[in-house]
Design a protein around this ligand. Sequence first.
Ligand SMILES: [Zn+2]
Length: 191
Amino acid sequence: MTDVILESFRRAGALLDGHFRLSSGLHSPGYLQCALVLQHPRAAEALGTAIADQVAAMRPEVVLSPALGGIVIGQEVGRALGVRAIFAERQDGPLTLRRGFALQPGERVLVVEDVVTTGGSTQETIEVARASGAVVVAAAAIIDRSGGNQRVDVPFYSLASIALPVYQPDSCPLCAQGVPITKPGSRAAHS
Ligand SMILES: [Zn+2]
């Protein structure tokens, strides 16, 4: 599955290999932008169905995603499972449920993201659900870019796993090798 997913991302220009300056200022040999795949509704639907197939046995009753990155794929997973899909968003700091979204005590929640890097925002989303008394049965992402090192305290599923390290600019091995750096989104980034 990983190879098929990653190849489709490469074809869409959503996964680039090279030497990139990310918006965080860190450097990385890989650039990943799920939105470039998810902009195609049929592709988004297929990815959502694939995640739903992985987690259906956990019998989730609602999908919860962190805004903005998780909203589109969360909607598609909810569609495939036949359950509602809601999202948490930041307002002055922590992720919270707004817009009248609510979880019931004991409700079985699946947390869905597009990409998991360290698991930090996934875990924060899990805590949002628990604060409502809901039960988080699993978390899932399209791509785990930690290479399997994400830290979440529920069963975790991904359609693809890839290790895309990030470096401080002053300790970047690609800079040390003199590899030219590109900003993601520029055409020159596509080799
Ligand atoms: Zn560098």
